[in-house]
Design a protein around this ligand. Structure first.
Ligand code: ZN
Length: 147
């Protein structure tokens, strides 16, 4: 088990467009394991690799429906709109309302390099959108609804 330091707002890595994973190597498997440990330790529901300073398109999510590992995730369908409060492990102590799709379908590779799709609603949909945004250097505060 290895727990990484979570990178905080202001670190330029959070604003980079993360690189696609061209090939799943033992290092990527190790990255997935360490990201899972880091997310659980921080009591987060999702973590993107840039949040531990690694600019690669890798995400882990656990909203209580089991662990999802996503490599090179892409949102391929979305439906509905929903406003809800959101936070981020990289921006501690901040919560804001964000408009997201209510339901999304994401296509990604698993740790075996196989393509799979995941469709989520509610919190899972929100986490999928929040984490894939991280891979494009987008943070939830960019999308917060002004009051
Ligand atoms: Zn975040």
């Amino acid at each position: 088990m290895a727990v990484y330091q979570i990178v905080k707002l202001g670190d330029p890595v959070l604003r980079e467009v993360a690189k696609k994973v061209p090939k799943i190597t033992p290092n990527i498997i190790k990255l997935l394991e360490n990201m899972k440990d880091t997310m659980h330790e921080a009591r987060g529901v999702g973590l993107a690799a840039p949040q531990i300073g690694i600019s690669k398109r890798v995400v882990v999510i656990d909203v209580g429906e089991g662990l999802f590992e996503l490599i090179n995730p892409v949102i391929v369908a979305q439906e509905g709109k929903e406003i809800d409060a959101e936070g981020c492990l990289s921006i501690p102590g901040v919560e804001a309302e964000v408009l997201r799709a209510e339901k999304v379908t994401v296509e990604a590779l698993n740790r075996h390099g196989e393509k799979f799709t995941i469709t989520g609603k509610g919190l899972l949909a929100r986490a999928l959108q929040h984490e894939t945004d991280h891979l494009d250097g987008i943070l939830f505060i960019d999308k917060q609804i002004s009051k």
